[in-house]
Design a binder for this molecule. Sequence first.
Ligand code: SF4
Length: 111
Amino acid sequence: MCCLHMGYPAFNLTLDQLADVETIDVASLSPVAQADLARWVAMPSRLRDGILQQMADYVAPIGATLDGPCTWLDLETKQCRHHQHRPQVCRDFAVGSVGCLQWRAAYVDVP
Ligand code: SF4
């Protein structure tokens, strides 16, 4: 599942934008980014603060290594712990699509 390599919820905005939404020129954003911005401002502040910290601390994986599981993924239930707040990229990723099946195959041995 794609949640196993996302690292953290991938809102379609930069760290600087998410940290200071008042300065964003909303009209210049893509429809996807506008949708994510609306979700971002409606989200509990503790969730926003967590993602800002994760983005600030992010270190790109080296070589072919992928990012680890999304921090919102419950590894036992394989469910998103904040499903109602998930970003657009998660909403657009079709379960059972070619990409989905490829990721499932890549993680077939992950418990
Ligand atoms: S659906 Fe939830 S757990 Fe999966 S990548 Fe998106 S935010 Fe993370």
